[in-house]
Design a protein around this ligand. Structure first.
Ligand SMILES: Cc1cc2nc3c(=O)[nH]c(=O)nc-3n(C[C@H](O)[C@H](O)[C@H](O)COP(=O)(O)OP(=O)(O)OC[C@H]3O[C@@H](n4cnc5c(N)ncnc54)[C@H](O)[C@@H]3O)c2cc1C
Ligand code: SF4
Length: 362
């Protein structure tokens, strides 16, 4: 875009701020004719929200911010192999960091594409820019020669046969759809299996984060009526203002009806009964055909116990460690790979390190 502005004569100089936060090597990479390797800024505004909150500068896609350069991607210096299970943001970032450190890396993904949940909700109109990050990770897998197996469900016997030095579980999380509301007889869907079109859908938000907002916005493209009921003060209450306010505008423009400070009690024969979180009266919502509850998520860790029983040291990263968001998943991935610096290849303290700690304590 900067090149186009200059070529059109619309400006003599283009300044870029967030693009340099996402990839501080933007200029050298571009000048070296390697623009595809530039990590794209996807406009997530995690950086600006952090600054407005007087917190340390953070970036959704760049976990290197604030890290001493000497700790980043140090070569492992020996022939080692790594196996990653799950190609969401955590698995993708860990795979490229391991490859950059010199591990021979294999990435197994159950779906027919990479990107995990991010690839799914990036289909929402206001989130399509985020797909750029998924495409960049995909290019990185190819550039770094990472062995990717799609449509493959990890199998413990097969994993152990390859005897990888490092195993990382990046298998993500599963949305919780079963809450305390009485929804007997009403079709209930998770955010990823809800049909694209229908009559009147009620999105039930009990966490006040982005998931309900993005789900409501996406459904507004196909459902006749979308009502978002949130127990928060407003949808996206727990998010930074530049993100929440932008999405509130998108919901308004998409015609989503918002009922805030309310909990869903029941839906019977299409009549949704709500209660105000501060005991306020709430009107009944009529004609509800389906409910999509967003009640949080639980880690999906199908192989952890089996792998440990088979003798593997398993690192859980991203939502598989604790369901949070992409920024946390990417940071987990990088921190875990970089922490292998002071550990042996299996990620457990090396014998000499244990001895030196014991000596210091004594
Ligand atoms: C509707 C919704 C909207 C959201 N919006 C945002 C947002 O705007 N911003 C944000 O930061 N976060 C958002 N999140 C949260 C975010 O998507 C997750 O925190 C993030 O994707 C976690 O990344 P991950 O790599 O740990 O796991 P995931 O993205 O869940 O990826 C896990 C991958 O592992 C694969 N897998 C699972 N089991 C196996 C197996 N046995 N073998 C092989 N592969 C396997 C899965 O197919 C998947 O591809 C949203 C969540 C939801 C539900
Ligand atoms: S947090 Fe988002 S907007 Fe800020 S620099 Fe990173 S990718 Fe760009």
């Amino acid at each position: 875009m900067a090149e186009e502005i200059l070529a059109a004569g619309d400006a003599d100089l283009v300044g870029m701020v967030r693009a340099n936060i996402a990839d501080p090597r933007l200029l050298p990479k571009s000048m070296a004719d390697a623009p595809k390797t530039v990590r794209p800024c996807i406009g997530a505004n995690v950086c600006i929200n952090a600054l407005l909150d007087h917190k340390t500068l953070t970036c959704m896609v760049n976990p290197e911010l604030g890290r001493p350069l000497s700790t980043i991607d140090r070569p492992i210096g020996a022939a080692r192999s790594a196996l990653l299970i799950g190609a969401g943001p955590a698995g993708l970032e860990a795979a490229r960091r391991l490859a950059l450190r010199g591990f021979s890396t294999r990435l197994i993904e159950a779906r027919d594409r990479v990107g995990g949940q991010m690839e799914r909700w990036s289909q929402t109109p206001s989130r399509q820019e985020f797909l750029k990050a998924v495409r960049w990770w995909e290019d990185e897998l190819e550039r770094l020669g990472i062995d990717v197996a799609l449509e493959t469900t990890a199998d413990v016997a097969e994993i152990m046969r390859h005897r990888p030095s490092v195993v990382m579980l990046a298998t993500g999380s599963t949305p919780i759809v079963q809450g305390s509301a009485d929804l007997a007889g009403t079709p209930v869907f998770g955010p990823y299996d809800v049909p694209a079109s229908g009559g009147h859908v009620l999105v039930q938000d009990e966490i006040g984060r982005l998931s309900a907002m993005l789900t409501a916005e996406r459904l507004a493209a196909g459902w006749r009526r979308v009502t978002l009921v949130t127990s928060a003060m407003h949808p996206g209450e727990g998010e930074g203002v530049t993100t929440a306010y932008t999405l509130l505008r998108a919901l308004g423009r998409a015609g989503v009806e918002i009922v805030d400070r309310s909990k869903l009690v029941s839906v019977r024969d299409g009549r949704a009964v709500l209660s105000g979180v501060f005991d306020e009266a709430r009107p009944v919502i009529e004609g509800v055909d389906a409910v999509v509850p967003l009640l949080g998520a639980v880690s999906h860790i199908p192989l952890a116990a089996e792998l440990q029983a088979a003798g593997a040291t398993v690192h859980r990263i991203g939502d598989a460690k604790l369901p949070r968001d992409v920024t946390a998943a990417v940071k987990d991935a990088a921190d875990t790979v970089w922490s292998l610096d002071v550990h042996n290849s299996a990620g457990t303290p090396s014998e000499s390190l244990s001895h030196s700690v014991a000596a210091t304590l004594s």
